[in-house]
Write a protein that binds this ligand. Structure first.
Ligand code: GAR
Length: 210
């Protein structure tokens, strides 16, 4: 059984989608053992506590990035975490953190990487005038939003879209691909080959995005 630690900064809907997938048995070989947040009022912290998961606000005030990350790493190691799941965690991780969990950190980004890295990815997509947008689950490396891609989803962009409507359309697919990526990971079906991810076996059925 893999032990997951989740980092989040807000609403926590991606965290919830993974938690629900564990509860329903879609993900069988992983459990969320701790949730950490850099925001005291993150709704995701409350959701975790409601489900009986240990959840803590770790105050970043007055701490250098690495000092803060050392606190996080020591907490996560204290919980014997195997994988770190970034679920709307809006702080850049230090090299120290990334080296502490090398190839063991997953992130979801609301764009078809390598396009539209960084903040406001959905707004960037609208401004670029693309006809398709989406989401990406990837391993975290030291370069922002650049690690090996595990799964992606694609959605259309309509002329009438606003940042809000496009974000909602993308978010719905995030709630499918993040649990899928964690399921594949927990079944040891994900292998890294350089900057590419190889997935063992079929993993998408015909109506996955229906
Ligand atoms: C999601 O759309 C996620 O892709 C995005 O923040 C949102 C969090 O929502 N993450 C990033 O932009 C990371 N660069 P949630 O708190 O409801 O999961």
């Amino acid at each position: 059984m893999y032990r997951l630690g989740v980092l989040l900064s807000g609403r926590g809907s991606n965290f919830e989608s993974i938690l629900n997938a564990i509860k329903s048995g879609y993900i069988k070989n992983a459990e969320i053992v701790v949730v950490l947040s850099n925001k005291a009022d993150a709704r995701g912290l409350e959701k975790a506590k409601e489900s009986g998961i240990d959840a803590f606000f770790i105050n970043p005030n007055g701490l250098q990035r690495e000092e803060y990350d050392k606190k996080l790493v020591s907490l996560l190691k204290g919980y014997s975490v195997d994988y770190v799941i970034l679920a709307g965690y809006m702080r850049i991780l230090s090299d120290y953190f990334i080296e502490s969990f090398e190839n063991k950190i997953l992130n979801i980004h609301p764009a078809l990487l390598p396009s539209f890295k960084g903040l406001h990815a959905q707004r960037q997509a609208l401004e670029a005038g693309v006809r398709f947008a989406g989401a990406t689950v990837h391993f975290v490396t030291k370069e922002l939003d650049s690690g090996p891609i595990i799964v992606q989803s694609v959605v259309p962009v309509f002329d009438a879209d606003t940042e809000g409507s496009l974000s909602n359309r993308i978010l719905k697919t995030e709630h499918k691909i993040y649990p899928l990526a964690v399921k594949l990971l927990s079944e040891d079906r994900i292998k890294l080959k350089g900057n590419r991810v190889m997935i063992e076996g079929d993993f998408l059925d015909a109506d996955f995005f229906a």
